[in-house]
Write a protein of this length. Structure first.
Ligand code: CAA
Length: 263
């Protein structure tokens, strides 16, 4: 059971098939320290090893911040090309592990999601913003650029024009503007509650099919349309060879709810 594991800077809870990872460093507005990155990676491993888990929500403790970025105190102690590059690669690696999970991952953005915090949300599949959320990439105000995938994931998600605007002005957008630009999928007073609702709806679907959707979309982003269509056809073939496909179509024909086993 995921709840059995102790962490210093985060909390990992399990509610049946739903895992909730809460970044918990309220004194630093849940900023991502090296320790937190290590613990996120550990949590991802635990989730990967637990076949019961079908969806993950990532959120921040308290109602002020999701994550207010990389830990600036730690960053300020680094110096030079090598240290900066290594810090970026290490953060990118954890974000990549998160985005590569085969289950749906939903960010519940309960307040500030700035810098590395927005990058964490961008590594999730779906974003739910609380009405009080503030999102932005203010790295240039520190003489830095986003280093945990933000320059790449944000432009892929909302287009380079809007991404460059956010990164060069360093401005914060509220939930309404974030929704309008496609930066978040939903806005709700209680982001965690809404994220749970979205997760519940996904948990009813074929888990293998959902993992193949993620794979097709993510691998397709890195290739030509032709290459992407080939990936889609290959994965479509894989889906058709599953028991879930037989169950899904049989349930449709019998006018009952499908019971997917992930086989
Ligand atoms: N790292 C370390 N500590 C942080 C932090 C961060 N990213 N963000 C906030 N904190 C700390 C503050 O230093 C403060 O600590 P003390 O109480 O010990 O002084 C505490 O959290 C509360 O923060 P504030 O007093 O600043 O709260 P506020 O309500 O006045 O402002 C805020 C909130 C606008 C989010 C402000 O805290 C802020 O601007 N934070 C930094 C945001 C930022 O620049 N993030 C990008 C980081 S760089 C990055 O992420 C690099 C990368 O991509 C690789």
């Amino acid at each position: 059971h995921l709840d059995e594991h102790e962490f210093n800077t985060l909390q990992l809870d399990q509610h049946g098939p739903l895992a909730v990872l809460t970044i918990n460093r309220p004194k630093a507005l849940n900023a991502l320290s090296a320790e937190t990155f290590g613990e996120i990676a550990e949590a991802i491993d635990l989730i990967m090893d637990n076949a019961e888990i079908g969806a993950l929500i990532v959120t921040g403790a308290g109602d002020k911040a999701f994550v207010a970025g990389a830990d600036i105190t730690e960053l300020s102690a680094l110096d030079g090309v090598y240290a900066g590059r290594e810090a970026s690669l290490a953060g990118q690696d954890v974000m990549h592990q998160l985005s590569s999970l085969p289950i749906p991952v939903i960010a519940a953005i309960n307040g500030y999601a700035l810098g590395g915090g927005l990058e964490l949300a961008l590594a999730c599949d779906i974003r739910v913003a609380a009405t009080n959320a503030r999102l932005g990439l203010p790295e240039v105000t520190l003489g830095l650029l986003p280093g945990y995938g933000g320059t790449q994931r944000l432009s892929r998600l909302i287009g380079i024009g809007r991404a460059l605007d956010l990164m060069l002005t360093a401005r914060q957008v509220n939930a309404g503007e974030a929704l309008q630009m496609g930066l978040v999928n939903y806005v709700a007073d209680d982001a965690l509650n809404k994220a749970r609702e979205v997760a519940e709806s996904m948990l009813r679907h074929g888990p293998i099919a959902m993992s193949l959707v993620k794979e097709a979309v993510r691998r397709g982003m890195d290739t030509s349309l032709e290459g992407g269509l080939e990936i889609e056809a290959d994965l479509f073939g894989m889906a058709m060879s599953t028991q879930d496909f037989k169950e899904g179509t049989a349930a449709f024909q019998a006018k009952r709810r499908p019971e997917f086993k992930g086989e």
